[in-house]
Design a protein around this ligand. Structure first.
Ligand code: 13P
Ligand code: SF4
Length: 329
């Protein structure tokens, strides 16, 4: 929007031109009693203005216990929906509602219902990267930070449908020895890391530790030294310190890795078929400082979830939070 239009709409100033936009955000945050939460895949400047930066599990846990009136969720829509389901009386804002998720989009609620009908007697476990409607059809939500432990804690003979990430599902089957039925979905970022590029990096940096997110394909996970959620990969870097790391996950995480361990060296594999560039999630990069400022100024765009859907979805999210607490996660 041109600066003149900002003024026509009654705004005090064009936020892009606000010299101290971080200061302006801090002021609005205080006056609105708002909390800013950000995922590790967000741009560094968003992570820097956030009160709390975390993985999907920690963001849900924090949202569930915040006493702020407004939650600005700098992530993608399913994260805002999860927060809204947990905190229906709060205003939950995602700075740009176009921030979808290819993985969540790969699982449609009607098709999941058909799969459930075809496989009666199965417990449905869904990754948090799903729509509220899919969560409403789910028995237990999981994140990459608790999926292995939650599945592992269920009786061995429990029949399970797991969705939507086939890579995470195969990984869980492998480490828990289960045979869950898998939904055939994937994240377009993690699914396209190039094996050749990863191997090339390993040849160039033989001392480097390979860190990989379980949304990557099994071929890449087979090359990894450490497999874990964004929080788990960060914990590994914090506890092992300086060195070299090949990081197979969305590169927004490098901001926090560099903050925790500035003198370590980090390399990220390319996307399949690409000769250069970072393999980024464009949805995660939709939040910008001006959008956060405008969101706080106007309490918009607010996330809404159909109350009937939310009433069902909250059960599967609560079950995850309870099981995580019991498992000490
Ligand atoms: P985690 O933060 O749970 O590792 O999630 C990764 C992710 O893909 C979020 O979009
Ligand atoms: Fe979805 Fe993948 Fe982006 Fe995460 S990185 S928000 S799973 S598209």
């Amino acid at each position: 929007m041109a600066k003149e239009s900002w003024k026509e709409h009654g705004y005090v100033d064009d936020p892009v031109g606000v010299a101290d936009i971080k200061g302006a955000i801090a002021g609005l945050k205080k006056s609105r009693n708002a909390v800013i939460m950000a995922h590790y895949y967000q741009d560094g400047d968003i992570q820097d203005v956030a009160d709390y930066v975390g993985d999907s599990l920690a963001l849900a846990q924090r949202a569930a216990r915040t006493d702020a009136d407004v939650i600005v969720m700098c992530g993608v829509n399913f994260m805002g929906e999860t927060a809204k389901i947990l905190c229906p009386d709060k205003v939950v804002i995602v700075p740009d509602l176009n921030a979808g998720c290819s993985l969540a989009d790969s699982c449609d609620a009607a098709a999941l219902q058909r799969m459930k009908d075809e496989h009666p007697g199965h417990t449905v476990i869904s990754y948090v990267n799903t729509s509220a409607r899919v969560k409403a059809l789910t028995d237990i939500v999981v994140t990459s930070g608790n999926a292995v432990e939650i599945v592992g804690s269920l009786p061995r003979d429990e029949k399970i449908i797991f969705g939507p990430d086939r890579n995470l599902g195969s990984y869980i089957n492998r480490v828990t020895g289960r045979e869950m039925l898998l939904w055939d979905g994937a994240c377009h970022v993690h699914d396209r890391f190039s094996l050749d590029s990863l191997k090339q990096l390993k040849r160039e940096h033989p001392a480097a530790t390979v860190l990989a997110h379980p949304e990557c394909r099994a071929l890449l996970l087979d090359e990894a030294d450490v497999i874990g959620s964004t929080a788990a990969l960060l914990r590994y870097v914090s506890s092992h310190g300086d060195g070299e790391y090949i990081v197979a996950t969305e590169p927004g995480i490098l901001h926090e890795m560099r903050r925790r361990c500035p003198s370590a060296r980090y390399y990220t594999p390319l996307a399949e078929g690409r000769l250069s560039g970072l393999n980024v999630c464009e949805y995660m990069k939709m939040a910008t400082l001006p959008k956060v400022y405008m969101a706080l100024l106007h309490g918009w765009p607010a996330v809404e979830v159909d109350p009937d859907v939310a009433a069902l979805a909250v059960k599967s999210i609560d079950r995850m939070l309870m099981m995580s607490a019991e498992l000490g996660l």
